[in-house]
Design a protein around this ligand. Structure first.
Ligand SMILES: [Zn+2]
Length: 117
């Protein structure tokens, strides 16, 4: 498949998302209570052109090895974990989200970012 977008990095902002990725309970609670947004390394959203459907499809991509990736169709809730302010599908709920997100990003522009994964 051909990529037709940039990679949209995913971020975790709650304890459960961090714990699912192997972070210890205490560390996860500390980061979240400090209002730290944690970048999920090796996980992103990316659009690909699908020849069979003749349309662009958004995938959740997870790097699982040096050259191995796991792709699954991106559920819309994942857009809540994306940094950025795009509305690629013209979906009203996504648009609503991006407006909120851009406000949140502006509001939190000085908060710290940590990398994990
Ligand atoms: Zn398809």
């Amino acid at each position: 498949m051909d990529s037709v977008s940039q990679k949209y990095q995913l971020f975790a902002d709650n304890v459960q998302q961090l714990r699912q990725r192997g972070m210890g309970r205490q560390n996860a609670h500390i980061l979240v209570s400090a209002n730290t947004t944690v970048s999920l390394k090796g996980e992103w959203l990316e659009a690909f052109w699908c020849d069979r459907c003749q349309k662009t499809e958004w995938y959740y991509v997870k790097k699982t090895g040096e050259r191995a990736y796991h792709l699954s169709l991106a559920p819309s809730r994942l857009w809540q974990q994306v940094a950025g302010t795009i509305d690629p599908r013209g979906n009203p709920s996504v648009g609503e989200f991006t407006r909120k997100q851009s406000r949140r990003l502006n509001y939190n522009s000085s908060k710290s970012f940590r990398f994990y994964g």
